[in-house]
Design a protein around this ligand. Structure first.
Ligand code: G4P
Length: 193
């Protein structure tokens, strides 16, 4: 995705050789024109998968997920990281460990929004170790629904998440893939799309 790559190159800030700060268009301030393009690109890539729901995790996954759901004409659900006051019973819960933050979160989704016949497209902003994506997939599988695919805005291909998700048999499609952040420079994996 040309626009996304340009944004990463012009506005991304490399922190160490593991973390890319993109708070001017994805993680804090969000760029609605870019998010609209992200939604239509995910629609193009997953159009044949029979998707019935889009699932993400709060907070930065919500923007790309809602635009994708709008394009696909299906509802979007976001898993909560913090317990909701009104969400008490009939919840699906999974533990998600964050290597970046060195903490475990319990993520929750209400049972009433996922059904065994659903084909769920998981969308997230970043893929690092894959913990969030695996946690969301386990939520889908808890109810006997199927994972139609996993769409990621920025994949850090030098971390293990992408390989682990593919080895687990999921269809993974990332809009940009970063091979390295070494020496303060973003190096992309060669585009295949
Ligand atoms: P994983 O799910 O792939 O295992 O990733 P990890 O636990 O390492 O990620 C924890 C949080 O850090 C996630 O956001 C993830 O999106 C984010 N993250 C991981 N690598 C990067 C990076 O290089 N740059 C940026 N900007 N974020 C990264 P979160 O805590 O859930 O935040 P939010 O969605 O509430 O914004």
């Amino acid at each position: 995705m040309k626009l996304l790559k340009e944004k990463v190159m012009t506005e991304g800030i490399v922190l160490g050789d593991q973390v890319l700060k993109v708070d001017s268009f994805l993680n804090h301030q969000m760029d609605p024109v870019l998010m609209r393009e992200v939604g239509s690109e995910f629609k193009r890539r997953f159009a044949g998968e029979g998707v019935t729901k889009v699932l993400t995790i709060e907070s930065s996954g919500i923007a790309p997920a809602i635009m994708t759901a709008l394009e696909l004409g299906v509802p979007m659900i976001f898993a909560r990281k913090h317990k909701s006051l009104t969400l008490k019973e009939d919840i699906l819960v999974e533990k998600v460990y964050s290597f970046t933050k060195r903490e475990t979160n319990e993520i929750t989704v209400s049972k009433k929004f996922l059904h065994p016949e659903d084909r769920v497209l998981i969308i997230d902003d970043f893929l690092a170790n894959g913990e969030a994506a695996f946690g969301l997939a386990r939520i889908v599988e808890q109810v006997g629904a199927s994972v139609a695919g996993i769409g990621i805005v920025i994949e850090k291909s030098f971390q293990p998440g992408a390989r682990l998700l593919e080895e687990a048999g999921y269809r993974l499609d990332s809009l940009v893939r970063i091979a390295s952040l070494e020496d303060g420079t973003v190096t992309f994996v060669e585009e295949v799309h």
